[in-house]
Design a protein around this ligand. Structure first.
Ligand code: NAI
Ligand code: MG
Length: 334
């Protein structure tokens, strides 16, 4: 029987870039059966719920989800849907690869970095968020567990081994955040000792940001806690042409959700100018996760060629094409 995939088009530019990705998956003969589900603002409007029960069931049933960006309404009473999904399905690893494409407006040529971000703990645990009664002070709790740190660092080293990567850099701030970041670094060192075949490095997060901008070629796999991973991976996206080029996989034991790193981009919604590369690259991550490496490779080559040719790319890449035309040129290559 055909593999079923849950597809969440999402909000803003989501439906149009997800459509691009699905057309491309079909074109290379993936033969998936798609279960479309809703979440985000559109689900709130139609269902009265940002994250309908039916959607949760489909994510669980199929195990694999391709997801567009979701808008979380600002204001009290709404916790981030993405944070909820990650916690609900225990998606503890967030994998954010970036690599240079010829033909983008990036300043660098040889960037190839995967950020492995811990996805459920740290500053984003969502616990202990308190504002004092007079509104003049606020606090939040960061939780790092030995088990959580061990799982994510092990994940990073296993990934490095599988993909023949040379180095894992643990990024931290243990000099200041002695308890939380200190525990993370302690565990990172313990795990590093189990992988003598892979070079291990450690770096303080602020120095990491500077070094990423000056010497991105020195980095290979980065493993870090939730907040640092969020920030550092956006910095990495900036090294290769921006958010339109950055996919992210959220992986747990029972489920995996593949998405773009960026949001719903309300400022450009409905104009047919969004760059769909982010979700196309996310679908490549999905194929690799499913062991469909030949199809992943085909799509990667077609995207690479179209971007390198430079004529029918989107505006953020320096071209003049819309989302549809850019997608069409990839489909034609395939
Ligand atoms: P954003 O990532 O949506 O947009 C930031 C800037 O990048 C905008 O100028 C946008 O036009 C541009 N951009 C983003 N993706 C692009 C693409 N594919 N092609 C061309 N340009 C692109 O961030 P923003 O505006 O802060 O957030 C908008 C909404 O998205 C918020 O409601 C936020 O909560 C949500 N969001 C959702 C995420 C998710 O579902 N994974 C992640 C981040 C934000
Ligand atoms: Mg982010």
């Amino acid at each position: 029987s055909r593999r079923r995939i849950t597809v969440i088009p999402g909000d803003g530019i989501g439906p149009s870039i997800i459509e691009s990705a699905v057309q491309i998956l079909d074109k290379v003969g993936c033969d998936f059966e798609y279960d479309y589900a809703q979440a985000g603002l559109i689900a709130l409007e139609q269902d009265g719920n940002l994250l309908p029960e039916k959607t949760l069931e489909l994510i669980e049933q199929n195990g694999i989800t391709l997801k567009g960006p979701l808008t979380t309404p600002v204001g009290t009473g709404f916790t981030s849907i993405n944070v909820s999904l990650r916690k609900k399905f225990g998606l503890y690893a967030n994998l954010r690869p970036v690599h240079s494409f010829v033909g983008t407006k990036s300043r660098y040529e040889n960037v190839d970095i995967i950020t492995v971000r811990e996805n459920t703990e740290g500053m984003y645990s969502g616990v202990g968020q308190i504002v004092s009664e007079d509104g003049n002070s606020a606090e939040a709790k960061s939780i790092v567990t030995r088990e959580g740190a061990r799982k994510i660092v092990t994940f990073a080293y296993e990934l490095a081994r599988r993909e023949n990567r040379k180095k894992v850099t643990a990024v931290h701030k243990a000099n200041i955040m002695k308890s939380t970041s200190g525990l993370f670094l302690e565990v990172a060192r313990e795990v590093a000792a189990l992988y003598p075949d892979i070079e291990s490095d450690e770096m303080i997060v602020d120095a990491t940001c500077m070094n990423l901008v000056m010497y991105p070629e020195r980095f290979d796999v980065i493993v870090t806690t939730n907040l640092f991973g969020d920030i550092v991976s956006d910095l990495c996206a900036g090294l290769v042409g921006g958010l339109g080029m950055a996919p992210g996989a959220n992986i747990g034991e029972q489920a995996a959700i593949f998405e773009a790193v960026h949001g719903s981009a309300p400022d450009i919604t409905g104009q047919d100018i969004a760059n769909p590369t982010s979700v196309i690259l996310a679908s490549i991550q999905m194929l690799e996760y499913l062991g469909m490496n030949d199809k992943a490779e085909k799509i990667k080559n077609a995207v690479t060629e179209v971007i390198a040719s430079g004529d029918r790319t989107t505006r953020d890449l320096g071209g003049t094409a819309g989302t549809k035309e850019f997608t069409q040129s990839i489909l034609e290559r395939l």
